[in-house]
Design a protein around this ligand. Structure first.
Ligand code: SF4
Length: 344
């Protein structure tokens, strides 16, 4: 489960991909669910049968967000178990011994976003003194060149103790979003011609770094491509959520890039009473009651898409102003709709 504690962050990375909606939001988010109470956070975790969480932002370990992050980590560990794995991302600017002492009993791992390894190595070293796994996670900016990343890896290696904990470096392909693309272009970076959400040559440099690292360091250096996030991580997360929250009438897509999306039959109307439409489906058209669900918030009725296609004509005859069709939707809190195919 991805927990965005708050969008506040004292750094101003030119490539920050945070969306406008998240930047302006006053609440935290558990996946796509906005929340301001611990119980709502737990509802989302239970819904997706989460086995772990990542605390993100913004910077969840800066002072402005620290207490919130601490309370979320505590609640998740207490509600699930010690084995519920939690990691947090941070620039590490506010971290000191006493904050680390407070939070590390509820954290399994910290991932540092490093910009200047010479300055920031001290904070990483401090974190290593606590019983947690420590890693560095950074985007690969092609214009920085190989030497920038080699220095980070070498410096990190000098402070790693020989014990059973896990120390690692994660390299992320640099992403272009609606909020960062102007900055990306003004920093002499280019859009990849084939994958429009990626920065050109970020992937190539990342692969070169990984190759160099296999020969020159013992630290595991991983590369995470945008395609892995979009085609593996997100669909897997949606699939878990879908299997736990689907309505009896929903069909869950089980394979491919749409994995985890719900196929739904939808009757949209503001002209008729939804209860009346439901009664007609159940009593006159013999649709089982458990396959008809009223969604008051979106003023619509949900049912099985295949069944709905068969009875579209009857519905349109009885309720001519209703819109009938099939949709693909995220199982997430916001039920983002990606496709709507009208039947009438
Ligand atoms: S540290 Fe992360 S959240 Fe903060 S500005 Fe940089 S990319 Fe954005």
């Amino acid at each position: 489960m991805v927990v965005l504690v708050s969008s506040q962050c004292s750094s101003s990375c030119f490539y920050c991909p945070l969306s406008i909606e998240r930047k302006e939001a006053k609440t935290s988010f558990a996946n796509e669910r906005p929340f301001s109470s611990i119980s709502e956070l737990l509802v989302e975790a239970v819904h997706m049968n989460a086995k772990g969480a990542s605390m993100t932002g913004g910077d969840p370990l800066e002072l402005h967000s620290f207490n919130k992050t601490l309370s979320y980590c505590k609640a998740l560990k207490e509600h699930f178990s010690e084995n519920f794995h939690i990691h947090a991302y941070t620039r590490g600017k506010d971290l000191n011994k006493s904050l680390l002492k407070e939070i590390t009993p509820y954290l399994d791992e910290i991932r540092f976003h490093v910009l200047n390894i010479k300055k920031e190595i001290k904070t990483i070293q401090l974190a290593i003194q606590f019983e947690i796994d420590v890693g560095i996670e950074i985007p690969v900016i092609p214009t920085k060149g190989m030497s920038f990343y080699q220095e980070i890896i070498k410096k990190f290696e000098t402070i790693i103790p020989k014990d059973n904990r896990f120390f690692f470096i994660n390299l992320n392909e640099l992403e272009i979003s609606e909020t960062n693309y102007r900055n990306i272009l003004s920093h002499k970076l280019e859009v990849d011609e084939v994958r429009l959400s990626a920065v050109k040559n970020s992937s190539r440099l990342a692969m070169e770094i990984v190759e160099w690292a296999t020969m020159n360091t013992k630290i595991p250096v991983h590369y995470c491509a945008l395609a892995t996030k979009d085609n593996v991580q997100l669909p897997n997360r949606l699939f878990r959520l879908a299997m736990n929250t689907k309505l009896p009438s929903d069909v869950v897509i089980e394979e491919g890039t749409d994995k985890g999306l719900l196929i739904r039959g939808i009757i949209k109307t503001v002209d008729y009473d939804l209860e009346e439409v439901k009664r007609y489906l159940v009593l006159d058209l013999d649709i089982p009651a458990n396959l008809v669900h009223i969604d008051y918030e979106k003023q619509r009725l949900l049912t099985n898409a295949a069944l709905l296609e068969e009875i579209t004509q009857e519905i349109i005859t009885k309720f001519p102003k209703a819109q009938v069709g099939m949709a693909e939707e995220y199982p997430s809190f916001d039920n983002l709709q990606t496709t709507f195919i009208p039947f009438n």
